[in-house]
Design a protein around this ligand. Structure first.
Ligand code: HPA
Length: 275
């Protein structure tokens, strides 16, 4: 079955289940950030396992549910749990939920993640609004025959991250006393963290952040013509190398969870303003 037909099947199933719920905005809740799901009102949750062609979530820190609800009074979709390439999924599987949200009517994505910082000014717990990325992952979700119904063969990436949303988020954060920056995200395959030499390399090539997700999602969202906003929470500081310490997934999750209320405020403000 073609990707297009799989998207159609998943979409029809969800439309039927949710009485044709629609929303302009989809939100991806990253590692340790699923607490945002509790902010949704009137929410209906559908486990990924029930949705045709959806991959199943394997990482424990994620929930594995598609939520339909309201945030700041506006309808939104929320993906509680994302798929990572390192789990063994294909890039098409990793990005399938975004295709489905687009087909359900979403035209904009708010994506969150936990990331390491390779910029000395970015401390653990800070928010970083991603303004650009460097794709260092070994596969691309658009590889293979292109279905023009889903997007163009060669999508432009110059305006991948909406600058107006970043300006809005920075000024909102400043007003709310939240430490926030603008930064460049390097996407790597993982699942191992980086060596000191790799963190140094990432700093040298101009990255501010490093993580194992997001880039394929952004590529597919842009291919599908969606507006994209990405917020990273710095979970561990990796630069300068003198400040590098061993990092565990428990620490990454704990720091992300602690910062979740800040992220919630930003996302709610963006939804109130733009959804
Ligand atoms: N490297 C890669 N991915 C990450 C990191 C990191 O240091 N922290 C959180 N996700």
């Amino acid at each position: 079955m073609s990707l297009f037909d799989q998207i159609q099947e998943a979409t029809s199933f969800l439309q039927e289940k949710t009485n044709s719920f629609s929303a302009s905005t989809g939100i991806i809740l990253g590692t340790g950030l699923s607490g945002l799901a509790d902010q949704l009102t009137d929410a209906q949750a559908i486990p990924y396992g029930e949705i045709p062609h959806f991959p199943k979530s394997t990482v424990e820190s994620h929930r594995g549910q598609l939520l339909f609800g309201k945030l700041a009074g506006k309808p939104v979709f929320a993906l509680a749990g994302r798929f990572h390439y390192y789990e063994g999924y294909s890039m098409q599987q990793v990005t399938f939920p975004i295709r489905v949200l687009r087909a359900l009517g979403a035209t904009q994505m708010i994506i969150s993640n936990a990331a390491g910082s390779v910029n000395a000014d970015m401390e653990a717990g800070d928010l970083v609004f991603v303004s650009d990325h460097i794709n260092l992952q070994p596969e691309n979700p658009l590889r293979g025959p292109n279905d023009e119904r889903l997007g163009p063969r060669f999508p432009d990436m110059m305006h991948a991250y909406n600058p107006e949303w970043i300006r809005f988020a920075l000024s909102f954060a400043q007003g709310a006393g939240i430490r926030a920056h603008r930064g460049i995200y390097a996407g790597l395959q993982g699942p191992n963290l980086e060596t000191p030499a790799e963190y140094q390399f990432l700093h040298t090539i101009g990255a501010d952040l490093v993580g194992m997700s997001t880039v394929p999602e952004v590529i597919v969202a842009r291919h599908a013509g969606m507006n994209v906003f990405v917020c990273s929470i710095v979970s561990n500081k990796c630069y300068p190398l003198s400040e590098l310490t061993e990092t565990t997934v428990e620490e990454v999750i704990a720091v992300a969870q602690e910062a979740t209320p800040k992220l919630e405020k930003i996302v709610a403000a963006l939804v109130a303003e733009f959804a």
